[in-house]
Design a protein around this ligand. Structure first.
Ligand SMILES: [Zn+2]
Length: 401
C-alpha cells in the first residue's frame, strides 16, 4: 500500500537525534520583563541547552540574582538550527567514511565541526570559546536580551564593528560624560564618526582592497545594511570577505596574539614577496588611498612599503578601539580609554566575523533570526548578535522600537 510504504520511508529517514541536540533545561530563575507600551510585566521562563557545543553563560542583575539561557521561542528556533547543522555534520562524516555506516556524532565532534575554519581553532579544536550570552540587560526593555529574545554567539571573536550605509557610518555608541553633549565641538555620533568608526572603516577598505579592489566611489568593504533574511548567504560572504582580508592585512605586520609589530624588514620582505607573486588586486589601495601597485612599482617603492607598514600599525590600534570588549570611556576633552579595570581586548589579527557559513544561514534564513551585523534599524555592526526582532513572551510577540 502506497500510504504504508510512504510512512515507512519517512520513518527510516527521520534522523534520531541524540538527547544533547534537542534537550532543553528549564531554568529555576525566570526573568521579569516589562512591556514599555503597556507597562505590563511578564515572568519569562528561560532555557539552557548545549548549542553548537557550548552552553549559556550566567549573568547577574544588580541584586546578584543569576539568570541563564533564552526564552521558549528563541530556544525552540535554536534547537531547529542545531538539528539542521547536525544533519549536515552527519552527512559530511558519512561521506568521509563511505564504507562504514555512521549513525551518530558525539557532541565533541559536532562542536569541532561547528567551529572548524573559524577563529580561534587550534590543534583541530575550538580554543578559547566562552559560550553564548542569552538573557542580559535585565530590566531594560529595549534590549532584546532583556526578555531572553536574543543571543550573542562566540562574542569574543564576533565584535560590534563600525559599518557604512552609503556615506553614513554606524556602530557601537559609547557614552559621553554625564551632562556633556558636545566633545571637540561634535555631538556623540559625529565624535564616533571622526575618531572611532571612520578610521576603522578606512582600514576595512584598505584591507579589503588588497584582494577585492575598489569600487568607482573609492570604497571597497561592503558593510551596508541588509535586513532581508533571504540574503543570508550573500550577507555572510561579504562580511566574511572583510574579516579574512583584515586577518591577512594585520598579519603582515603582527604575529598572532603579539601586540608588538614585527620588524620593519621582516614586513618588507613578506609584503613585497606577496606583491611580486601577484597576491594583491591591481586596484589595491595604498596607505593614503592612492594606487598601491603604482607606488610599489615606482622608485619610491621602499618609502611606500614603510608608509604601508606604519599605516597597518596605526590601524591595529584603531581596530582595537573600534572592536572594544566592554565600553570605551570618552572624557570631556575627547580622550578615549579602554575599560578599567583592564580587561582582555580583541586581537585585530582574528578578524571580525567568526561563525560557520552553514550556521549563519541556518540561523538567519532557516529560523528567521535578525542578525545584528547588518539588520538593525540604526547602528548595525553587532556581529555576535541574533534575535527574534521583537520581544517574544508566552508565544506572543511585542513590537518595541
Ligand atoms: Zn546581543
Amino acid at each position: 500500500m502506497a500510504e504504508a510504504q510512504a510512512t515507512e520511508a519517512i520513518a527510516t529517514v527521520a534522523p534520531a537525534y541524540p538527547n544533547w541536540v534537542t534537550e532543553r533545561t528549564k531554568q529555576p530563575q525566570t526573568v521579569a520583563w516589562t512591556n514599555p507600551a503597556t507597562m505590563q510585566t511578564f515572568d519569562v521562563e528561560l532555557y539552557d541547552f548545549s548549542f553548537l557545543g557550548f552552553k549559556f553563560i550566567p549573568v547577574s542583575d544588580q541584586s546578584g540574582r543569576q539568570y541563564r539561557g533564552v526564552n521558549d521561542e528563541l530556544g525552540r528556533r535554536l534547537i531547529e538550527v542545531q538539528k539542521a547543522l547536525y544533519d549536515q555534520c552527519l552527512q559530511e562524516k558519512q561521506a568521509e567514511s563511505p564504507d562504514k555506516p555512521i549513525t551518530d556524532v558525539s557532541e565533541a565532534r559536532f562542536r569541532d565541526w561547528c567551529w572548524q575554519g573559524q577563529e580561534p581553532f587550534r590543534d583541530s579544536k575550538p580554543a578559547d570559546a566562552v559560550g553564548h550570552v542569552g538573557v542580559k540587560d535585565v530590566g531594560g526593555s529595549r534590549s532584546r536580551h532583556s526578555s531572553g529574545s536574543a543571543v550573542d554567539i562566540h562574542l569574543f571573536y564576533n565584535p560590534f564593528i563600525p559599518v557604512r550605509n552609503g556615506s553614513k557610518l554606524g556602530g557601537e555608541l559609547h557614552a559621553f560624560p554625564k551632562g556633556v553633549t558636545q566633545v571637540q565641538g561634535m555631538n556623540q555620533v559625529q565624535f564616533h564618526e571622526t575618531n572611532i568608526w571612520g578610521p576603522a572603516v578606512d582600514a576595512f577598505d584598505r584591507a579589503h582592497s588588497l584582494f577585492f579592489g575598489v569600487k568607482p566611489d573609492g570604497t571597497s568593504a561592503e558593510l551596508q545594511k541588509d535586513s532581508n533574511l533571504e540574503h543570508a548567504a550573500d550577507i555572510y560572504d561579504r562580511f566574511k570577505r572583510v574579516s579574512l582580508s583584515l586577518q591577512a592585512y594585520f598579519c603582515f605586520a603582527f604575529d598572532d596574539g603579539n601586540e608588538q609589530p614585527k620588524k620593519l624588514d621582516d614586513f618588507k620582505a613578506a609584503f613585497s614577496a606577496a606583491f611580486r607573486a601577484q597576491a594583491f588586486h591591481p586596484d589595491a589601495l595604498h596607505a593614503d588611498h592612492s594606487n598601491l601597485a603604482a607606488g610599489l612599482s615606482s622608485p619610491r617603492a621602499n618609502a611606500v612599503l614603510e608608509e604601508y607598514y606604519r599605516r597597518i600599525v596605526r590601524d591595529y590600534s584603531q581596530m582595537k578601539l573600534a572592536t572594544v570588549n566592554g565600553n570605551l570611556s570618552i572624557d570631556a576633552n575627547g580622550l578615549i580609554t579602554f575599560p578599567k579595570p583592564e580587561r582582555r581586548q580583541r586581537d585585530p589579527c582574528k578578524g571580525i566575523f567568526n561563525i560557520r557559513r552553514e550556521a549563519f544561514v541556518a540561523l538567519v534564513k532557516g529560523e528567521k533570526l535578525r542578525w545584528g551585523g547588518s539588520m538593525f534599524d540604526n547602528f548595525s555592526g553587532d556581529t555576535m548578535h541574533y534575535d527574534l526582532d521583537h520581544h517574544f513572551v508566552d508565544g506572543q510577540e511585542f513590537v518595541v522600537r
